[in-house]
Design a protein around this ligand. Sequence first.
Ligand code: URA
Length: 230
Amino acid sequence: MRRLDLLLANLGYCSRREARDFLKRHAITVKGITARNPADKARAEDVRIDGEPLDHPDGLLLVLNKPTGLVCSHDEREGPRVYDLLPERWRARNPQVTSIGRLDKDTSGLILLTDQTELVHKYTSPKHKVPKLYGATVDRELSPDLVPLFAAGTLLLDGEDTPCAPASLRILDDRRTAELVLTEGKYHQVRRMFAAVGATVLTLHRVQFGKLALGDLVPGAFRPVGESEI
Ligand code: URA
């Protein structure tokens, strides 16, 4: 049971201070009985707002097809943010919706967004070794020798003390396009791994995160994920 004003504020419907007014302006019921007092306690599943159940009361988990040009940081000074794509009510939730790991501004593709802090820890922890599949294009032809090199788990990136974990590289026919599966997420890792072998990444797209794929999500589109999907 939680106070109605807290429930509404945490789910982004209004601030706690606005809750009294929100209750006046909307038909809010708890188990079918009209609620007028913001201090009343209720279970989320019993609440209806204008006849509608609460919006994802147990937390959001979204898969977004991130377009290039957006940042995963919350700091507006770093540029337009992935969160700006979300409906206003989701942006007002507390805890706030944040990304699970990050993609660079110039990287596109699959990013998970959630307001469930424990999921952020779960899926970014190196312990879990969630495989992430990237598609990259580079500025030169890649040598087949890179496949065993990336798989060896010995590649040391500039400024790092520990080598990259074994990564699976598949070089495609044109030799300037490759797929890379990583089980960790060092800063700018894909770009730095290719830089370590003399190649510059021109485009980078994350295709898959664990079992999750983008399906038919166009750039900028998102969908809620069932927890059983990951
Ligand atoms: N590796 C990178 O270099 N950039 C990303 O955005 C993700 C992985």
